[in-house]
Design a binder for this molecule. Structure first.
Ligand SMILES: [Zn+2]
Length: 299
């Protein structure tokens, strides 16, 4: 019976598990289930274990990888802190290896995604991956190495302050990038201005219909993010900037971001940078964590 590789992506709302045949790049099965982090870590890992064991059937597990939002120490194998999940000091590696064997890796989800996107492209020097959905996060890969920072906290761009007197962020400070350009930030601002509950998708739809308030919100959000990404490109000079996440991949939003980058980036003779939408299936986090595990645990 051939062995399988398992990739796990724990998100604030949903967790995705994908099972891959040996050296396959496309999963032969994927399942999503609600994370429900408030029910506790024990409950989550029991449900995860049941699903992984059912999905692998009678096949052996060869390698596994697990990524999640938050500050992760791949060396120690733990999640230091995840405000999205409300979890602190979780021994991810020990818990997962209790039912998946020991050939595994754990990583921050944006770092994994950046590595997935880098692996997918041939012969590039470096890549930045920025995800824009409820919040905003980033991963950087340079010459095949994931840049994690001294405290495994590199890439927390969602909480960089871009407008000192801007809206209050979930972190308690004012004017963070994600409070202006992220999904939750947009929803909170619509609530503050109009007193209504409205989804990010509906805000964009209504901006496209030229409703002035929504159009203004999306213009400010996309211009702020576009200028921020210009600064990233100018600071780090990546070969490729990949944008992912449900909001980032919205064509209306993406086109506006792209326009701002094109109009504002610092032009150096001969300098080229590609700005692309993520197209990896089922998502770059899964492909990235799978690739990191395969690179770490070669047969
Ligand atoms: Zn913040």
């Amino acid at each position: 019976m051939p062995a399988v590789d398992i990739a796990i992506d724990i998100g604030g709302t949903k967790t995705l598990v994908s099972v891959f045949g040996d050296s396959e790049q496309e999963p032969y099965s994927s399942e999503e289930f609600p994370t429900r982090p408030a029910e506790g870590i024990d409950s989550f890992f029991e449900r995860l274990s049941d699903i992984c064991l059912r999905m692998k059937g009678n096949r052996n597990i060869n390698r596994w990888g697990l990524c999640t939002a938050g500050v992760v120490s791949p060396e120690k194998g733990n999640l230091i802190w995840s405000p999205n999940l409300g979890w602190k000091d979780v021994e991810l590696f020990r818990r997962a290896s209790s039912f998946l064997d020991t050939k595994g890796v754990v990583e921050n989800d944006c770092n994994a995604a950046a590595f997935g996107e880098w692996t997918f492209r041939k012969d590039i020097e470096s890549l930045i991956y920025v995800t824009v959905s409820t919040g905003i996060g980033m991963g950087i890969v340079a010459r095949g190495k994931v840049l994690r920072g001294a405290n495994n906290a590199a890439g927390e761009v969602g909480h960089t302050i871009v407008k000192p007197d801007g809206p209050t962020c979930t972190c308690g400070r004012r004017g963070c990038l994600q409070a202006i350009s992220g999904g939750r930030g947009l929803e909170n601002r619509a609530h503050d201005l109009l007193g209504i509950e409205i989804s990010t998708k509906e805000i964009i739809d209504r901006a496209q219909l030229n409703e002035p308030l929504f159009k203004e919100m999306i213009t400010e959000a996309s211009e702020t993010l576009g200028r921020f990404l210009c600064n990233l490109i100018d600071s780090l000079d990546p070969s490729v900037l990949v944008i992912g996440g449900s909001l980032g991949k919205n064509q209306y939003y993406f086109d506006r971001i792209l326009k701002v980058i094109e109009e504002n980036r610092y032009r150096i003779p001969g300098k080229k940078v590609k700005v692309e939408l993520s197209s990896m299936k089922p998502n770059p986090n899964i492909i990235g964590i799978l690739s990191l595990s395969r690179r770490t645990h070669k047969d």
